[in-house]
Design a protein around this ligand. Structure first.
Ligand SMILES: [Zn+2]
Length: 84
């Protein structure tokens, strides 16, 4: 309580801060391809008050060209992690 929030819709301004040790990725719902979220590009294009759901609609998968993606917050691997 105390601080009033205009609404509860997550906006691009939220993505500009990423918790330490995490990375924001966009995951394609069609093929599972993942790429780092181009937060700066999205903010430049839509403004930081744009709802993240709307911004996601404008992303297109590099692999299958679908535009259905979801944002994920993924913990960064330790140096030498083999997943990458
Ligand atoms: Zn895809």
């Amino acid at each position: 309580m105390g601080s009033r929030s205009p609404d509860r819709i997550p906006r691009l301004s939220l993505w500009q801060k990423t918790p330490r040790g995490f990375i924001r990725m966009a995951a394609c719902l069609a093929c599972g391809h993942m790429a780092p979220l181009p937060v700066r590009d999205l903010v430049r294009r839509h403004g930081d008050m744009c709802p993240v759901e709307m911004a996601l609609l404008h992303l297109r998968c590099e692999n299958c060209r679908q535009s259905k993606a979801e944002a994920r917050l993924i913990p960064l691997c330790e140096p030498g992690c083999r997943k990458w």
